[in-house]
Design a protein. Structure first.
Length: 404
């Protein structure tokens, strides 16, 4: 583990004279019409208070306007933050696990040089490609690199993937690694001894709202189950739908709303229809960020049936609204739902266990204030303090960054 020390006022003052470069695969655009990796922007909202300037570089695949990301994202700035979206080419050959073309490193370097960007510290989000790009920038510019490993827990069960030389380089070449859970720290320490666990946080937009059901037009006498995520197999929404069949056989006052978009939408809708749950389980599609806190607050239970998670930030967003969480033992959730005061854990891919816990959760007398008090540890303000402590270990190693 990294030897953590207290962040002194002197080290904080030093940061205020520094510029932080953040590398991330995606970043929300200026008007919010493209949303991805919103947690990075929420983190930046706190980090920018510590730095003179924060620079975001998020390479985008050039599709000539075909993909939403390419069509909607243009450079912008706000406060002391500059955001750049250089266009790149990236063509993987999935069946050979190889890359035919990938110039993201080159376009990041070109952006730095053309914009005459100077920075004192690099923070990369995700191993690939940001962590790898960060290592190459560190080698070229002599700038300390911190990489946060957000990848799903399944990564750490695949020795072949972790043995890839580019992944090895991304992990071993960083000055320090941050993992969003404690479980995977020992695995990462095989590649880099400077590893610490720091959770993700939640935005201040998530807080108690007492009239949420009314604002969404939901009946007050109905129990609401809400869940959110990409509609992919790993998220386990099919198990929740099966569980709802059992729940609805025992109660007629429960509605389940599933928020999110993805490749499994058609399959999930067919499952709902086959189980004759069309009036009980509804797919919402993508939920705009401005109304997501309403859905969290309107729920009586937030359910995360995911089979594997690195952390699962939607859970702490629900807790921040005072809502109990039913989640699977999926690697990340066990470090959030640490007590029956905050929620219940179920076995993954077990719709019977999930149905049982949902029924128990609907009848429990949850202590909302206890849930809210527990959620406070996951505010970005508190989480960012831990990140800054890691920064402070390395920021003074380089007296000056000669970039450009």
């Amino acid at each position: 583990m990294i030897g953590m020390r207290d962040t002194t006022e002197t080290s904080l003052e030093n940061l205020k004279q520094k510029t932080l470069l953040i590398l991330t695969p995606s970043y929300p655009n200026e008007d919010g019409s493209f949303i991805a990796e919103t947690f990075v922007k929420y983190q930046v909202a706190e980090l920018k208070k510590y730095f003179k300037k924060v620079i975001i570089i998020a390479p985008i695949f050039r599709s000539f306007g075909y993909f939403e990301k390419d069509k909607l994202c243009t450079n912008y700035s706000y406060s002391n933050v500059e955001v750049y979206y250089p266009r790149s080419l990236y063509i993987p050959i999935f069946w050979l696990s190889k890359i035919l073309i990938d110039n993201r490193l080159q376009v990041v370097e070109r952006t730095i040089n053309e914009r005459h960007l100077h920075f004192d510290l690099i923070h990369a989000h995700f191993t690939w490609p940001s962590g790898y790009i960060g290592v190459r920038l560190k080698e070229k510019f002599g700038t300390p690199l911190i990489t946060t490993i957000h990848e799903n827990g399944e990564w750490f069960d695949q020795e072949v993937r972790m043995a890839h030389p580019l992944i090895n380089a991304a992990w071993s070449g960083a000055d320090a690694l941050i993992r969003v859970n404690k479980t995977d720290v020992p695995v990462l320490q095989r590649y880099n001894e400077r590893v610490c666990a720091i959770a993700n946080g939640f935005s201040p937009i998530f807080h108690p709202i007492d009239i949420a059901k009314e604002r969404l037009g939901l009946p007050d006498n109905i129990k609401i189950i809400f869940t959110l995520g990409n509609l992919i197999k790993r998220k386990g929404f099919n198990y929740l739908i099966d569980a709802m069949k059992q729940v609805c056989d025992q109660r007629d006052d429960v509605l389940c709303y599933i928020g999110g978009a993805g490749s499994e939408r058609g399959s999930l809708q067919r499952q709902i229809d086959e189980l004759h749950l069309g009036d009980k389980v509804r797919l919402l599609g993508s939920v705009p960020s401005e109304i997501l806190p309403l859905w969290m607050n309107a729920s009586d239970l937030f359910v995360l049936p995911s089979l594997s998670e690195s952390f699962g930030v939607v859970q702490v967003e629900a807790l921040a609204c005072g809502k109990p969480v039913i989640s699977c033992r999926n690697r990340g959730s066990e470090e959030i739902i640490t007590s029956d005061e905050y929620g219940l854990l179920v076995e993954p891919a077990d719709h019977g266990d999930l149905a049982e816990k949902i029924l128990v959760g609907l009848d429990m007398g949850w202590n909302r204030q206890a849930i809210l008090a527990y959620a406070e540890r996951f505010t970005w303000e508190n989480i960012t303090k831990e990140i800054v402590r890691v920064y402070s270990l390395f920021i003074d190693k380089t007296a000056k960054s000669n970039v450009g």
